[in-house]
Design a protein around this ligand. Structure first.
Ligand code: CMP
Length: 148
């Protein structure tokens, strides 16, 4: 079934031009259609709002700080089963685990730490809708789906 997902290249990866290029190419090589793409910088409060569900976790402060530390690139990606395919491509959140279980994954190859793990991807249909709205408030998922 055709799906949309939100993918983000985080500040650690955008800061490195070759990494940014490699990640963009990975998207193209894996049959995703780039529906929307933009570069943006979060203020601290954007970061806090997006990751509100993690407030109270030990890594929340460093996560919030990191995600508002510089430019990132957000995509709306389409393909069948887009959510799962993008998550498989990223690999596990934790870099150590990624390197052990999925050495070809993005986080295994480019991730620096559990926080600076290069990419984000929605984990469900509901979070994809919420996250696409968060990054692309002018984009209407339902209208796009109807046109396809
Ligand atoms: P992301 O997929 O964007 O969702 C939550 C983020 O929290 C995660 O990627 C990491 O960047 C960050 N994070 C930092 N430390 C941890 C941790 N120990 N476990 C899970 N997520 C972490």
């Amino acid at each position: 079934v055709l799906q949309l997902t939100l993918a983000v290249i985080k500040p650690d990866a955008v800061a490195h031009p070759l990494m940014l290029e490699a990640l963009h190419q990975r998207i193209l090589d894996n049959s995703f259609v780039i529906v929307r793409c933009k570069d943006l910088v979060w203020r601290r409060q954007d970061s806090e709002r997006f990751y509100a569900e993690h407030s109270g976790r030990f890594f929340y402060q460093r996560l919030v700080e990191f995600m508002s530390s510089g430019p990132m690139r957000a995509y709306v990606l389409a393909r069948e089963d887009a959510i799962r395919h993008w998550r498989d491509l990223m690999g596990p959140t934790k870099v150590f685990r990624a390197r052990h279980t999925s050495p070809a994954s993005i986080r295994a190859q480019f991730g620096l730490t559990d926080t600076r793990n290069t990419t984000h991807g929605s984990d469900s249909v509901e979070s994809a809708e919420r996250e696409i709205r968060f990054f692309f408030p002018e984009f209407y998922v339902e209208d796009w789906m109807k046109k396809e």
